[in-house]
Design a binder for this molecule. Structure first.
Ligand code: RB5
Length: 145
């Protein structure tokens, strides 16, 4: 499992917490995000992380901004990306299982680091169920044409 993570200036601390999680769990990751003291535009960071996922250099991506919403709007403009902005466990799990989401977005001004870690863990460990859900995801892909 290779994870690409990105953030803007509103989510530097949250990104750092999630990098600690990856280190603890031995998860391979690359930090594309904004560093301490920098100012970054979230669409730029969304683009970098999403392109790294679409190219299959990374399996899944995590994007954090103030609300998580700006990142998810930007990410979903990119072909092949299914980004979900989550702040609860159930959604983070089932957006992988049913939507085959490949990007998890979270808001650093919305949820705490503890919940963000839980959402990240369940997102990374849940597999897409396929079957009837694949039919629906294929229909989403059709919308990109
Ligand atoms: C940055 O101040 C803020 O607008 C951004 O992090 C995010 O919340 C946008 O959706």
């Amino acid at each position: 499992m290779r994870v690409a993570i990105g953030n803007d200036h509103a989510a530097v601390e949250l990104k750092k917490e999630l990098c600690v999680l990856f280190q603890e769990k031995g998860i391979e990751y690359k930090d594309f995000g904004c560093a301490e003291g920098e100012k970054c535009q979230y669409p730029d960071k969304a683009k970098e992380v999403c392109e790294a996922v679409v190219s299959k250099e990374f399996d899944l991506g995590i994007l954090c901004c103030g609300t998580g919403v700006g990142m998810s709007i930007a990410a979903n403009k990119i072909k092949g990306i299914r980004a979900a902005c989550c702040s609860d466990y159930f959604t983070a799990k089932y957006t992988r299982a049913h939507n085959d989401a490949n990007i998890l977005c979270m808001g650093a001004r919305v949820i705490g680091a503890g919940l963000a870690r839980e959402l990240t863990e369940v997102f990374l460990e849940t597999a897409f169920e396929g079957g009837r859900h694949k039919t629906r995801v294929d229909l989403i892909t059709e919308l990109e044409k």
